[in-house]
Design a protein around this ligand. Structure first.
Ligand code: PHE
Length: 453
């Protein structure tokens, strides 16, 4: 087969285990919390179309490339890039790509954990019947109450971060495979239930029109950047999360097939979330652009009124929390693996160090929703700043570098050997990764800077 180095961490037990873990990383808050609210903020249909296009022409080829780099390098992203650059006879500075990703993952986790904390808080609100027969104003008050309370948010953020580290300490295989195997289908089922409720909301068609009828006058350069950044964010690309999962992948598995499955599942969950939420927004005269609180201000309305709403409400937030957990562990895994490889730490110590630092930054994020909400930098509070910097800048930059490395730097002989695709498939991938992905990301960046329109 291939002349690969031996892995220094453990390997997945099967292709299925890898698919589960990578799908677990991809499907998370990005699909259910972020996709709907940024779609609302950016005018709907045209934004969704650009996002789907980015998933197809950038996301899929770059995911194939990122998994491939991981499997060939077999270490944390920084050391993988160092090894692969040496193998290709390229500049060793390529390992900065690993650094960029590691830092991005760390910064994302700081706010990801806070939002996942909201989901946990909502498990209890659902359980104690807070949504029961409430109207839109009650549900908004419930959310505002959480936003105004640093203590509540810090509490849940701490619990979530602690659980993430707990799972990471045990190594990537532990409970992760099981969590994804059982809970992911359950989440999928629940999304269908919510879509069913949305159909009866009275504004189903209006919701669908908003999502799927593109009106290009509603988007600008920044919306295009956000759509592209989200394609990377939702697929967990450009920061080494998928690369490190790829590094635990046994040699004989088809990377391309696996990628299609993950990207397909991820996209379907996001679209279902949109289809479930927007009809509720219109039926209740809510604002489409109400920001990060959107799902917390709409879905409880459904749970408060549908039959079986108590059970579905509790279940939904439990599943959202689990989906967030299977993503958050992949955000910190590159840092932990690097500390283990280079700083001679055991996993426990590596988790403790990285987790504590990340937690502290998350406390700042909590404040950005209340006592620091007016402290802005370029018009953005800390949460918005971290989100913009990571999703819209660092991940696309990481993705761009991965595309250039896989397409232009690595020897074609080696990529061919790793991917083992039929000739036509390989040529298509190579074309996309060489000639489409790099210029596309580059042009979007220039477009935002106003250099190119
Ligand atoms: N893809 C995850 C989500 O959609 C977030 C994530 C981004 C996870 C980058 C890992 C790496 O929620």
């Amino acid at each position: 087969m291939t002349d690969k180095t031996q892995p220094i961490h453990s390997e997945w037990s099967s292709r299925f285990a890898f698919i589960l873990a990578a799908t677990g990383s991809a499907v998370g808050l990005g699909n259910i919390w972020k996709f709907p609210y940024i779609t609302g903020e950016n005018g709907g249909g045209a934004f969704v179309l650009v996002y789907l296009l980015c998933v197809a022409v950038l996301g899929i080829p770059i995911m194939i490339a990122e998994i491939m780099l991981g499997r060939r390098g077999r270490q944390s992203p920084i050391n993988t890039m160092q090894t692969l650059a040496a193998e290709a006879g390229a500049d060793s500075r390529w390992h900065y790509l690993g650094w960029l990703g590691m830092i991005a993952g760390f910064l994302i986790l700081a706010y990801y954990s806070v939002i996942a904390g909201w989901a946990m808080a909502y498990i209890f609100k659902a359980f104690f019947g807070s949504f029961f027969s409430s109207d839109a104003a009650d549900i908004k008050a419930l959310f505002d109450n959480l936003m105004d309370s640093p203590i509540q948010q810090i509490f849940w953020h701490t619990v979530f971060m602690g659980l993430t580290l707990q799972v990471v300490v045990r190594g990537v295989k532990g409970g992760l495979e099981k969590a994804v195997r059982y809970f992911m289908p359950a989440l999928f089922f629940l999304m269908l239930v919510l879509v069913g409720y949305a159909m009866s909301s009275g504004a189903y068609q209006q919701g669908l029109d908003f999502l799927f009828t593109p009106d290009f006058s509603k988007i600008n350069a920044n919306a295009v950047l956000t759509a592209m950044g989200h394609a990377f964010f939702t697929l967990s690309l450009g920061m080494g999360a998928i690369m490190i999962y790829g590094s635990y992948l046994p040699g004989h598995i088809s990377i391309a097939k696996t990628t299609f499955f993950i990207a397909g599942a991820d996209t379907i969950v996001a679209l279902l979330a949109g289809i479930a939420i927007f009809p509720l927004v219109f039926a209740n005269n809510l604002e489409v652009n109400s920001g990060p609180g959107l799902i917390f201000q709409t879905l409880p309305l459904a749970f408060g009124h549908m039959s079986g709403g108590w059970l579905f409400g509790v279940l939904f937030f439990v599943l959202l929390f689990i989906a967030a957990l299977t993503s958050s562990i992949s955000l910190i895994e590159p840092t932990v693996a690097w500390l283990v490889e280079n700083k001679d730490m055991d996993r426990r110590k590596a988790c403790l160090w990285s987790g504590t630092a990340c937690w502290a930054l998350g406390v700042g994020v909590v404040f950005s929703f209340n006592i620091w909400s007016t402290h802005t930098f370029f018009g953005k509070n800390l949460f918005e700043l971290l989100d913009f910097l990571t999703a819209n800048i660092m991940l696309p930059l990481g993705g761009l570098s991965i595309a250039i490395f896989a397409g232009w730097i690595m020897k074609t002989k080696h990529t061919e050997q790793e991917l083992e695709l039929p000739d036509e498939g390989f040529q298509t991938w190579l074309f996309l990764i060489k000639y489409i992905a790099p210029p596309a990301v580059f042009l979007v960046f220039l477009h935002v800077l106003g250099v190119f329109l």
